[in-house]
Design a binder for this molecule. Structure first.
Ligand code: NAP
Length: 341
């Protein structure tokens, strides 16, 4: 069975996903695409043999579209995902699930009303080999009880449209999902610590450090630095009661020359996590072809809701210059072990 995917949003990552789904993922084809930049969407549709839909709702209703990938700007995600749920179609929504916790909760409530999970959220680190090894080491008890973690998330630069809070809602939202997943604990409070600003990005409060308190008392310190200039750098170390597990950048060639020994840093997220996006899409398509609606171990609507709730709390902490507590709704049975379908 070939899964026909409709892709909403053919910007930077949407175009990459269209290429993967049409060329590299086994068992999928791109049935339709939509973007408000209609010329770009039409050219991409022609390139991969898809239909250029007239609107995103037209794409969702298209009978050739078995499942939908949402890669539009974040503030459109909730509305588009809700339309997929109304049409009964599985949907892989790029992060964030919504830009407010209230909107993300509406998605959770719609799924609960429908009685089944249809939504997967694009936190692709759960498919990154390095992060999976960290998770496996923790789950196998190799470091004893995980107690704390240090995390670094640096981008070389960001566009002018990137404003202060986006470090929390767009960038560190990955860490919020990652550490909930690695520790299998909800994040219950955040404290954003003001740091001396980089003079190279004076319009941003950059870098920032966020302390995350988890439900069992573990603590994570996460640095966001979105104008570090030298490359894309995502690392972490989890400290346990009997050992630690650390994730470095993927191993690269060591160059010795000019009196120095050095290795390359990935230039951007597309290079660092390219294989993770591929594996994420393949796992989704395999799940759909096998009759499931969400890939095993993937972030679901609850995870998307929890991550944006933490981001929203971190924004409150940033604004108030103090600790803020995360307030989550009660977790519906649909998302707990026994209720998960
Ligand atoms: P982008 O390059 O701006 O692409 C978004 C596209 O959606 C643009 O072509 C935009 O057109 C279009 N669009 C605007 N309104 C639309 C509508 N009503 N319906 C459909 N499409 C519409 O942004 P991006 O970097 O690809 O990011 C897209 C999403 O992916 C964001 O939520 C982002 O956070 C996420 N993302 C995730 C990762 C990850 O690591 N998982 C990495 C990158 C991005 P205009 O430009 O004309 O507005």
């Amino acid at each position: 069975m070939t899964v026909g995917v409709g892709v909403i949003g053919t910007g930077m990552i949407g175009t990459q996903h269209v290429h993967r789904l049409s060329r590299a993922v086994v068992g999928s084809s791109v049935a339709a695409v939509f973007d408000v930049a209609s010329d770009r969407a039409a050219a991409l549709a022609q390139e991969v043999g898809a239909r250029a839909a007239g609107s995103w709702s037209d794409l969702v209703e298209d009978p050739q579209v078995d499942a939908v990938m949402v890669a539009s700007p974040g503030d459109l995600h909730a509305e588009q995902v809700l339309a997929c749920l109304a049409a009964g179609k599985p949907v892989l929504c790029e992060k964030p699930l919504a830009t407010t916790a209230d909107d993300a909760l509406k998605v959770v409530e719609a799924e609960v009303a429908a009685g089944r999970r249809l939504v997967q959220v694009g936190f692709m680190r759960r498919y990154d080999a390095g992060f999976r090894d960290v998770k496996a080491a923790i789950d196998a008890g190799e470091i004893g009880e995980p107690l704390l973690a240090h995390a670094v998330h640096r981008n070389p630069s960001v566009p002018d449209t990137f404003v202060g809070e986006m470090s929390l809602t767009d960038s560190l939202v990955h860490e919020f999902d990652t550490f909930r997943w690695l520790f299998a604990q909800e994040i219950v409070a955040t404290t954003v610590i003001a740091v001396r600003h980089s003079p190279l990005a004076s319009h941003l409060r950059d870098p920032q450090i966020v302390l995350l308190e988890l439900a069992n008392g573990a603590v994570v310190d996460a640095e966001s630095f979105v104008n570090c200039r030298y490359g894309y750098d995502v690392r972490c170390e989890v400290v346990g009661s009997t050992g630690t597990v650390a994730l470095d950048n993927p191993r690269t060639t060591i160059v010795l020359g000019d009196g120095r020994r050095g290795e390359q840093v990935p230039p951007d997220w597309g290079v660092r996590f390219g294989q993770a996006y591929q594996d994420e899409l393949q796992a989704w398509i395999d799940a759909l072809a096998g009759g499931a609606t969400v890939a095993p171990g993937a972030s679901d609507a609850w995870d998307g809701y929890a991550a944006i709730s933490v981001a929203e709390t971190a924004v409150a902490s940033f604004t108030r210059h103090g600790r803020a507590e995360v307030r989550l709704a009660d977790k519906p049975r649909l998302y707990t072990g026994e209720g998960r379908s």
